[in-house]
Every structure is written in C-alpha cells, then in structure tokens.
Design a protein around this ligand. Structure first.
Ligand code: ATP
Length: 235
C-alpha cells in the first residue's frame, strides 16, 4: 500500500512501575489500512494501544502522528487529535441509554461524517434499541455501541482491542463486516485480535508481538501458519 503513513512508533517502550512491558516497538500505519496485532496473553498488545491513546506513558517522540510527537499526551487531547479506541470489555455506561452512550463519543467535537444517523444505518439494531439502557443489550450489541461511540468522535485512526472476545461467530462476522464502510472514507484501523485467522482475514498487514517485542510483521495473506506459530509462541 502506498497511501501516506499516518501513525508510527519508533523504539516505543512502556513500563508499569519498574516492570517493562514494551521493549522498543517499531510500527507503521497507513491511511485506509487495517493492521492487526496478534500475540499471546501478556505479549503487550493492550499496552501498545494504551500508549497510543495516552493511557500508558510513552516518550513524546516514540509515537508520531500527523508529523507530531504525541507520546504521553493526555487521553482527551489524543481523542481531539483524531485517535479513538474501542477498549477491551467495551466500558459503556450501563445505566445510560444506547443513544446517550453514543453521544458521549461526540464530546471531542471533531467534525466529520459520523453521526447517529450513519451509525444507525450501519447497525440498525442500535436504532431499534436507542432508548434502552446499554446494559440491557446483548454482548454483540454492546460491542456495536462501543464501536459507534468511538466513531462518533470522527477519528482518523480507530483502535480496537479484542472486538471478538466472548462473542458468537455470527456476531463477530456482523461486526467485522462493518469494517469496509468504516475505512471507506480513509480511516485507518488497528485491531488487536486473539483469533489469528480472523486477524489475517480482516487486515492487510499483521504484527505479532511476543514478550513486548515485535516477533513478526508482514502482509496478512503472505504469512504462513508456521511463521505465525513460531512468532506467537517462540517455538
Ligand atoms: P491480553 O491479551 O492478556 O490482554 P496483552 O498482549 O494485551 O495481553 P498486556 O495486557 O499489554 O498484554 O500486558 C503486557 C505486560 O504488561 C504483561 O506482562 C502484563 O502482566 C503487564 N501489565 C499489563 N497491565 C498492567 C498493569 N496495569 N500493571 C502492571 N503490569 C501490567
């Protein structure tokens, strides 16, 4: 893909107190690209996304976005700059309605084509359930709300942490089927996925992390099962 690069990390390190979780991650994301990050539990995938969204501290210039160092910038500022996350476990406000949860996402005030109408066209079930508390929805529907809330901030980069976790295959398919319309107007997407074959199917490129390092990177369709299992487990 020759689209312009929108986000890079270079030698990104991250720590929890004295414990180091990331040991120099080099990463690149282009406009309109879907990149998947795979790796075993504890490999550092969530930590990486949290660095990109300002939830875990990073060196300013270890993360570059739109030609600017953004490592360590507060999360609210990062949303305003155009990076939004669908967090692991969705983190909705269960007593607020579907519509109220979605409108929360618009708080950053960024202009763009995403609004309630467009979201309801993408996930019609949310229109039907717009006035219900989000806690009353199924897991898959809650995941749609979480995606919708992130899209309501009209991001240029959407980060998705384990969208498929705990969901039935048919629901996972419904959710990932929305990706083409999401990237259609040039948004870039990073998906963290435990399900390797799903990760390969939905992305153009894959990074595999192992113990806080990139153990493999390549075009999704070109990576073999052997390469991936070696990079994943280190065997
Ligand atoms: P999972 O799929 O289990 O979420 P992951 O690849 O996302 O795994 P991380 O959650 O990023 O991995 O964890 C990377 C390392 O950082 C692990 O060693 C983990 O124990 C450690 N870690 C993660 N969160 C914290 C925290 N809040 N405090 C201390 N250590 C943490």
């Amino acid at each position: 893909m020759n689209n312009p690069v929108v986000l890079t990390t270079h030698g990104l390190q991250a720590f929890y107190g004295d414990a180091q979780a990331l040991f120099g991650i080099d990463f690149e994301l282009r406009r309109g690209e879907v990149v998947a990050i795979i790796g075993a539990n504890g490999a550092g995938k969530s930590t990486f996304l949290k660095c990109l969204t300002g939830l875990v501290k990073a060196e300013r210039d270890a993360i570059r976005y739109a030609k600017e160092g953004i490592g360590g910038i507060p999360p609210g500022e990062i949303v305003k700059k155009g990076i939004a996350m669908v967090p692991e476990g969705r983190r909705l406000f269960p007593s607020l309605t579907v519509e109220e949860n979605l409108l929360m996402g618009a708080f950053a005030g960024r202009k763009g084509s995403w609004n309630l109408e467009r979201l309801f066209a993408m996930f019609p079930i949310l229109k039907e359930k717009r006035a219900l508390p989000s806690g009353a929805l199924s897991g898959g529907q809650q995941q749609m709300v979480a995606i919708g809330r992130a899209l309501m901030s009209n991001p240029d980069v959407l980060l998705c942490d384990e969208l498929s976790l705990g969901l039935a295959p048919i629901v996972i398919k419904e959710i990932y089927d929305a990706l083409p319309s999401i990237i259609g107007d040039g948004m870039s997407v990073v998906v963290v996925e435990q399900d390797v074959s799903l990760a390969q199917q939905v992305s153009q490129r894959v990074y595999c992390y192992q113990e806080g390092r990139v153990s493999l990177e390549g075009a999704s369709q070109s990576l073999t099962r052997e390469q991936i299992s070696e990079a994943y487990f280190g065997v």
